[in-house]
Design a protein around this ligand. Structure first.
Ligand code: NAD
Length: 374
């Protein structure tokens, strides 16, 4: 079995799918691992370290794709690369299959078995494979640092000979994996933190981190799906929510937004009017920028100033912490491989198993993923 790791080609992508430590583990299992030259350089994993771990460094990208039995990457490789892959080979990466119909059609046509890291079910048994959570946690941490960096004020309370400085007020909207990490990081930096989410279940988690949970009365009790994700709110509920957020926004130095609804554009939480009512020099870090943004004036990939408020729409934040993001993705990937490979290192596809069933998008020219079949 040849496992191949290409260099990522997407803009802003510095991560690498497998780090040397994980590769040593696969080599021990009897797998042959090939890594494209400089695949890990942007994340500070050098070719020499890969060689020491037992990988072969390959300069010819076409050869890498052509000969791979299992191709592992972060982003979906471009069409030209996928077309090089042999029939019945396996691709594992973030696929976002629901949004990328063309890629799924190509994978079916080329008879490639494709597994989506974004499709791993969020169940306890699959926690160590959950790359979405690992990457969201990095994004939340970094968002807190970006906010602190953009603000022309201290975050902690300071008692100095030059007077006492009050702590900064941070408002976190959306308290999923990223939001909770943003809260924790802001608390460590000494800010006073408030947070809101439409899923009432997170109130306790927010409070356990030392933040205040903002209550919006009479929200639909059914705001959560079986999988723990948020459902879209009705228009009148969204309006009520915005009114309450508006009052809190006026007093905030930093707003960090992380609200997402699977399969839908990011909900609008921070309107132009709210931005206008924030104080000069305040900052908004919009983690939902990639999905259109939670703030009305966010420009994805840019930092803009509206009514003296800095609005930051960062893209691919996990890549900004490429070293640890690669390490965590790599650990998630190893857990998935351990789940799939039998003792001889041969992949087994048991579709009675929930993890294999939900993660496999295409196999033997067919769609397997139940969500895609719907
Ligand atoms: P996400 O990235 O899809 O969304 C981020 C947050 O935005 C969510 O908490 C959501 O409720 C919130 N949100 C959506 N619309 C909103 C609105 N209008 N206003 C305010 N907030 C809004 O979610 P995520 O962080 O990936 O995870 C969500 C949940 O999934 C977790 O909290 C958990 O329940 C579940 N989960 C389970 C596991 C596991 O069991 N292995 C792992 C990770 C996540």
């Amino acid at each position: 079995m040849i496992v191949a790791i290409p260099k990522e080609t997407a803009e802003r992508e510095k991560r690498v799918a497998l780090i040397p430590e994980t590769i040593a583990n696969l080599v021990e299992k009897g797998l042959e691992v090939r890594v494209e030259s400089d695949a890990g350089r942007a994340a500070n994993y050098l070719d020499e370290t890969y060689q020491e771990a037992g990988a072969e460094i390959v300069k010819d990208r076409n050869k890498l794709f052509k000969e791979a039995d299992i191709l592992i990457s972060i982003q979906t490789p471009p069409k030209e690369d996928l077309e090089q892959m042999k029939a019945e080979s396996i691709l594992i990466c973030f696929l976002w299959a629901l949004q990328n119909e063309e890629t799924v059609t190509l994978l079916k046509k080329e008879n490639i078995t494709a597994l989506g890291m974004d499709a791993i079910p969020r169940i306890s048994r699959a926690q160590n494979m959950d790359a979405l959570s690992s990457m969201s946690s990095i994004a939340g941490y970094k968002a807190a640092l970006i906010g602190a960096n953009e603000l022309d004020r201290y975050l902690p309370m300071m008692m100095t000979a030059a007077g006492t400085i009050a702590p900064a007020k941070v408002l976190v909207l959306g308290a999923g994996v990223a939001g909770l990490q943003a809260i924790a990081t802001n608390k460590r930096l000494g800010a006073v933190v408030e947070a809101f989410d439409i899923r009432p279940a997170v109130k306790e988690q927010v409070e356990s981190l030392g933040a205040t949970f903002i209550e919006v009365p009479d929200l639909d009790d059914e705001s959560e799906t079986e999988g723990g994700y948020a459902k879209e709110l009705a228009e009148d509920e969204q309006e009520r929510q915005r009114q309450i957020i508006h009052e809190h926004a006026k007093k905030s130095d930093i707003i960090i937004t992380t609200a997402l609804i699977p399969g839908k554009p990011a909900p609008l939480l921070v309107t132009k009017e709210m931005v206008k009512d924030m104080h000069a020099g305040a900052a908004i870090v919009d983690l939902a920028a990639e999905q259109g943004g939670n703030c009305e004036v966010t420009k994805p990939g840019e930092t803009t100033v509206t009514d003296e408020v800095k609005v930051i729409g960062p893209l691919n934040i996990p890549s900004m912490l490429a070293y640890h993001a690669s390490q965590m993705y790599s650990k998630n990937m190893l857990a998935l491989l351990n789940h799939l490979l039998d003792e001889d290192g041969t992949p087994e596809f048991d579709f009675d198993d929930e993890i294999t069933l939900k993660t496999t998008i295409t196999h033997q020219g067919d769609i397997i993923s139940p969500i895609l079949k719907e």
